[in-house]
Design a protein around this ligand. Structure first.
Ligand SMILES: NC(=O)c1ccc[n+]([C@@H]2O[C@H](COP(=O)([O-])OP(=O)(O)OC[C@H]3O[C@@H](n4cnc5c(N)ncnc54)[C@H](OP(=O)(O)O)[C@@H]3O)[C@@H](O)[C@H]2O)c1
Length: 245
């Protein structure tokens, strides 16, 4: 198959590229560094021409409007009728007022109404992202964490494998939302802060839980980022991932 990966230089996209190449597909990675800009549309139509599948991993969390929302619209308009779009989104994005998640929800809505063959796959936070958030406020012997914060974080490479599985599957007849993807276990922010410290060979920190301030923090404190009923779990655990870092 001819597979194009948007955001093919990113954390997830580069693993999708590797996996699809390993399976013998003809793969093109696109992003600004290959001359394709979703925020302007430069190079897009040529890049996706003739693709059997496009796995859409490009994103700009700091400026999601032009890339995640308008860029997704541009991408859909550039696709030929034979192309299956596999789009990665975030578990619980529609339950949070966090600006980036609002943009991810808008992108899903664009796809739901675009009339093109699309599979939307939501994943939970990747292990590296959960580690960054939960470890950000550990200073000296104290770790500050949002009270209630928890992750069911997932191995990025496993998500990449499942996205390639979707790209290889028969093209759906319109818009499909696939089963959500998540890692094998739920860990609190405190659990992760302690694991990170121990991994660094230091004593477990004293963890202080802070109350949420504002709607975005409240939604994380209420664990809207955790999957609901219909979820497929897989990939390595947080500890197994941490051991590889
Ligand atoms: N990180 C997580 O925990 C997580 C969890 C669930 C779902 N996801 C979703 O997974 C996807 C990939 O996330 P990631 O963490 O792999 O992101 P990432 O590492 O930040 O990669 C983003 C990619 O987008 C490209 N990009 C940015 N702006 C662009 C533009 N204007 N035009 C074209 N390409 C552009 C970047 O390449 P250039 O800089 O070369 O343009 C890069 O390849 C996102 O949709 C994200 O919402 C992430």
């Amino acid at each position: 198959m001819r597979i194009v990966v948007t955001g093919g230089s990113g954390a997830l996209g580069s693993l999708v590229v590797d996996e699809a190449r390993t399976r013998g597909h003809d793969v093109t990675a696109i992003s600004r560094r290959t001359g394709v800009d979703l925020a302007t549309g430069d190079g897009l139509t040529e890049a996706v021409r003739g693709a059997d599948a496009v796995v859409h991993c490009a994103s700009n969390p700091r400026k999601p409007g032009p890339v995640d929302v308008d860029g997704t619209r541009r991408l859909v308009e550039a696709l030929g009728p034979q192309t299956h779009l596999v789009h990665v989104s975030i578990v619980g994005c529609d339950a949070s007022p966090f600006g980036y998640y609002v943009a991810k929800t808008k992108a899903e809505e664009i796809l739901a109404n675009a009339g093109v063959a699309t599979t939307v796959v939501r994943a939970t936070q990747f292990h590296a992202f959960a580690a960054m958030i939960a470890g950000a406020l550990t200073k000296g012997p104290v770790a500050l964490t949002l009270r209630g914060l928890a992750f069911q974080s997932v191995e990025t490479a496993w998500v990449a494998r499942r996205l390639v599985d979707h790209a290889e599957a028969p093209r759906p007849d319109g818009f499909v939302r696939a089963t959500d993807l998540a890692g094998p276990e739920v860990l609190t922010g405190a659990d992760i802060a302690v694991r990170l410290r121990r991994h660094a060979g230091r004593k477990a920190p004293h963890v202080l839980g802070l109350p949420a301030v504002g709607g975005a923090m409240r939604s994380f404190a209420q664990r809207t980022n955790l999957p609901g009923g219909d979820v497929e779990t897989g990939g390595c655990t947080f500890d197994e991932w941490l051991a590889t870092t």
